[in-house]
Design a protein around this ligand. Sequence first.
Ligand code: GLA
Length: 381
Amino acid sequence: MSKKLITAVQNSFKTHFKTKPLLVFAPGRINLIGEHTDYNEGFVFPGAINKGIVLAISKSSNDQSQVYALNKEELQTLSLDTPTPIIDGGWQNYILGVVAEIKKLGHHLDNFQAVFGGNIPEGAGLSSSAALENSFAFALNKLFGLGLSKKELILISQKAEHNFAGVQCGIMDQYASMFGVKKSAILLDCRSLESQKFKIDFENYQLMLINTNVKHTLSESAYNDRRSVCERVAKLLKIKALRDASLQDLETIKDQIKEEEYQKACYVIEENTRTRVFSEAIIKNDLTTLGQLLYQSHDGLRTKYKVSCAELDFLVDKAKETPHILGARMMGGGFGGCTLNLILKSEFKKFRKEIARSYKKEFGIDCAVYKVKLSKGTHTI
Ligand code: GLA
């Protein structure tokens, strides 16, 4: 968490609203493995990171709700009466969505005034939107004493994303951002919401994120399409979600679905297994297996689930050519954002230089490299 960011948000709040706020931090997340398995009620393996949203908030001193987005330098007045999504509303929709979902549960909200700022690179697939939703859900709960549990709060955040941002996302991002644990990743069962934390220590290796700095359009509709395919296949198999299917089950309906639907369902079933195998390899400290699983995950996302893109594939192919990288894969929804690499610590700098050069040469744009620390979930500061 950045002290500089906290101070900037605090100062801005003071300038705008001249009172003392409640301060909340909600982090972004990475995901070690288990991609597109959450909405199939399967397993995921995320962790909260030390980048996120800082929110300063207080009850309003007048009959208006106002929010200032520090990064965008935009001040907006929000109407809490009947919140509806704003076309091209951007950040406002996440906040309005949270307000709407809290109200749907029968809670009353008075007006509030807030400033938020963040240091999660936008479009990087590090869940800045879940962090924003969680920061407001968490803060409004505290500010107005709503008595909602953290689990209820993440479901509110998820519904805000469904109904106000139009993405039929699973629960992974909101869960990780709320329940993250320092130095740990969380193996989450997305059906029961039960989780197990794993201390992460890759010894001489470390995680490296490489941001493609691209976000291809239509990624949201492509995401929702993938989800529909999975649900259709599950229905044909007469099960609640693909989490309950085996590859053998899938064979029984192969002639009733298109080849591409078969491939997608196949990916989900395999990825779900990979996620559990990954957790076993962590216990055994078997870094080679961890790396192989990352490459296999990427391969499935690229060739079967078809959510990768040329930039992500390039980065993963380059990682494969590098002996000191054990594994790499695209992370998050896909079509851009970051790759996650497991690299020998002593090679980090060298590879960063090499990849910057070759990526620029190939695509004419810069990539960005980040180190992240696994950190605590949403909390008051
Ligand atoms: C996005 C969604 C998550 C999850 C991932 C893919 O981040 O918000 O719910 O489905 O994509 O694993």
